[in-house]
Design a protein. Sequence first.
Length: 324
Amino acid sequence: MLLSVRDLRTRFELDEGELWPVNGVSFSVGTGETLGLVGESGSGKSMVALSILDLVPAPGRIVSGEVDLGGEDLLSMSGAAKRRVRGGEIGIVFQDPSASLNPVYRIGDQIADVARLHRGLGRVEARREAVHLLGDLGIQQPEKRARAYPFELSGGMRQRAQIAIAIAGRPRLLIADEPTTALDATVQAEICDLLKHVQGEFGMSILLISHDLALVADVADRIMVMYAGRIVEVGHWTAITQEPRHPYTKGLIGAIPHLGAGSGSPLEAIAGTVPDLTDLPDGCPFHPRCPEAGEDCRSAVPRLQDVGDRLCACYRVKHTEAVT
Ligand SMILES: Nc1ncnc2c1ncn2[C@@H]1O[C@H](COP(=O)(O)OP(=O)(O)OP(=O)(O)O)[C@@H](O)[C@H]1O
Ligand SMILES: [Mg+2]
């Protein structure tokens, strides 16, 4: 395993009360693996990414847990060591490229800087690498684009540039949080193909975060489903998309026309809204929306358990031998 996250807990103390966007989250990402993280808006996906990077904004705070990258605990490192990891061993791509691109600095220079800082390349070599990466990421006339400022590029090109910056340090792990959400459908598909390409070429691991399960299913080896700060189901992408077992995952899948089994009224399964994290119900946080909820679901939070071919946190889901 390249990345192991163990019992991560992140808390916000607000006037309305405290909330836990990351509430006992454990998972790992294998070398060269793409792990997808999905869930509705507000379920805590971005907070998982920010917690891994120790970049949780105040008043949020990581309360406990371990984030092990290749044998080193990131959370207990010095500030300087953490900065070396971010952008170096871990590349980061966010939804909005303008948040990570410097508007007054040429694209090529921004990529070259990362290659110099994290790989120790010389000026000329780093420059050549920047042009090479842009070309590799499907940007036409990379020599010319390297001299452009971010505002001179289209949204799709800016996102490619952001990916170039993220991989210029040859990270072992790429964290991509909603990398295509701001883009139109055609460009979304291109960026997804690009992530696959990048992974094939550099062999890095990817944590791909999106509210769009169909998109994640297209790229990820395994998929992890999050609800109200907790992981509720994790498994191989085919198990999750073809035979979802957690009622929440079933609802998510049912809402996707070409993935949903089409039985009954799938959207009905996931009526209601994501709960207010400062005011969670007792028991399973999904029970008020769950068509399968029983009395037991109202008393204690179900633990994430091995149920055969996956992990699932639901009292209705029992262990079964994997279907081969
Ligand atoms: N700065 C903040 N102050 C207070 N609460 C916050 C803050 N940022 C996030 N939260 C809380 O953490 C929860 C999880 O937020 P997070 O951004 O991780 O969700 P998400 O799953 O990434 O959603 P989205 O799909 O919209 O990006 C939110 O529901 C919100 O209640
Ligand atoms: Mg988010």
